[in-house]
Write a protein that binds this ligand. Structure first.
Ligand code: GUN
Length: 278
């Protein structure tokens, strides 16, 4: 029977550790401040931004909210980023994605000072990860590593398969597993015979973006399965990229959706904010 990896409990543990650290910093007269910028009012983005503010409050991080209208120009957003880059009292800057069509996301990400890039999306942060130098790491894959480590799952020497090659999850995930000395394969939509590849995995990380796509026949007996996906199914029930009911009996450990990877992303964002002042 598989062990359930409890992302809610592990994220709480991390947030509590961070709360202690922030209190220590405050006692030394140092404050942590995160600036969160949202352009427009996409409902999903509003929920994410709200959750980020709540996590800041819990930990004792000061959060500055910038809510800009949908029709904001690229220049106006870049000006705000320049201002925040220049402010000594702002440690982290987060621009909630996606942005409205008139704004070039890449240009915006590149404008954020890498020293304040708590999302870990700046090319300099990604490059540093690639060559094993210090820098901010994208929050979701960083959260997956913490789930594995804090569940006592050894990565070194293991066959790790990542399905998905996005800049935010798949690619940094592969680099982080490599940094932990895993043997890493990245599979994607053009991979031939995906099942043959995934069945080699001791640790399978699924970030395909298709509800319940990964069924039992993709899984090696005893594998650890981490599900990065989150969707609403036809009955409005939350589900992941993994068909939990059929996969769970085959694996040694698995993350549920909700309550697996999801809560870890915000915990790691908070971690990056605290690291931005250290
Ligand atoms: N939109 C969805 N996920 C994220 C995230 O992790 N960071 C930012 N900035 N925007 C997002």
């Amino acid at each position: 029977m598989a062990v359930l990896i409890d992302g809610k409990a592990i994220s709480k543990q991390i947030k509590d550790e961070l709360r202690d650290k922030v209190a220590e910093l405050k006692a030394q007269g140092r404050e942590v401040t995160l600036a969160v910028i949202q352009v427009g009012n996409d409902p999903a983005s509003s929920v994410y931004v709200g959750n980020k503010k709540k996590a800041c409050e819990y930990i004792g991080i000061r959060s500055l909210a910038y809510e800009m209208p949908e029709e904001t120009s690229e220049e106006e957003l870049l000006q705000l980023i320049d201002e925040l880059n220049g402010r000594a009292d702002v440690n982290g800057i987060l621009v909630q994605l996606p942005l409205p069509g008139q704004i070039d996301e890449d240009k915006v990400i590149r404008r954020i000072d890498p020293a304040k890039d708590v999302d870990g999306f700046h090319p300099q942060s990604v490059g540093a990860l690639c060559i094993g130098q210090p820098g901010f790491v994208s929050c979701t894959p960083a959260g997956v590593i913490q789930l594995l480590k804090r569940s006592g799952i050894e990565i070194a020497g293991k066959e790790c398969v990542v399905i998905g090659r996005s800049n935010i999850v798949g690619k940094p995930m592969a680099l982080l597993l490599l940094r932990e000395n895993g043997t890493v394969t990245v599979a994607h939509s053009r991979t031939k015979d995906l099942k043959e590849v995934t069945k080699r995995a001791d640790i399978l990380i699924v970030a395909v973006g298709k509800p319940r796509m990964i069924t039992a026949e993709y899984i090696k007996e005893g594998a650890v399965v981490i599900d990065v996906g989150i969707h609403r199914d036809e009955n409005n029930k939350l589900c992941g990229d993994v068909d939990f009911e059929t996969v769970m009996p085959r694996c040694s450990a698995i993350t549920p959706v909700p309550g697996g990877v999801g809560p870890m992303t915000i915990a790691m964002l908070m971690n990056n904010c605290v690291e931005s002042v250290l």
